[in-house]
Design a protein around this ligand. Sequence first.
Ligand SMILES: CC(C)(COP(=O)(O)OP(=O)(O)OC[C@H]1O[C@@H](n2cnc3c(N)ncnc32)[C@H](O)[C@@H]1OP(=O)(O)O)[C@@H](O)C(=O)NCCC(=O)NCCS
Length: 200
Amino acid sequence: MVGARSDQNLAMRILREPDFAARQRQNVIRLCEAAFAEDFGRLFTRRPGAMHLLAFQDEVLVGHACWASRRLRMEDRTDLAAAWVEAVAVDPLRQRQGIGSKLMARVAAEIRGATIGALTATDVPFYERLGWERWSGDAVEGRADEQLVPLTEPLMILRLPKSPASRPSGPVIVGVREPVVVDGGTLARSVPHLLEEPAG
Ligand SMILES: CC(C)(COP(=O)(O)OP(=O)(O)OC[C@H]1O[C@@H](n2cnc3c(N)ncnc32)[C@H](O)[C@@H]1OP(=O)(O)O)[C@@H](O)C(=O)NCCC(=O)NCCS
């Protein structure tokens, strides 16, 4: 029965992206694909150098989360150095046993040195219960091809000791690269201050 199994024997391990054996990568990808029912084949190439947290029960991989550094560019053109968390996944047969909460507690401890934690959430209440907050304001993402696209899921943040004293809000670009190319999207037009090159 889902939810019936104790998670007391949960063992966690952190690995940096280059240190994975091929089979470990496959196991992580398989777990994420089972949890999300979508393709995770690019997980390890998309964020080189990412840190991965793996959770095992009886040496079987049951949970995963990873994080990498990404910039959040604010309206005043200052950047927040975010720990960008993604691929938070628990084996579908072992969900609702507290494994996801334990994973995220460990993630929060590991990213404590970042300016802020950030992620996009399909399950907003799950993260809210763990202290994450919904971003207040328009959010777009600077993709690898330097186009700006609206985030498809709510942006959430975890305030950390180095975070600004007041809760950051307003228009934001996640993972901005220079130079920024605008594709004319609605959200991109709504954050014009973020798109201008600095004067001088
Ligand atoms: C979201 C996800 C990571 C949560 O993992 P999880 O291990 O199920 O998380 P938890 O068990 O810690 O908490 C989930 C819920 O189960 C409840 N729960 C925890 N232990 C429980 C138990 N023994 N019995 C019943 N319910 C329990 C929690 O209170 C929580 O409820 P709430 O979020 O509705 O308040 C997992 O469901 C998942 O992999 N989903 C698919 C992928 C996904 O959506 N990832 C997140 C992307 S944003």
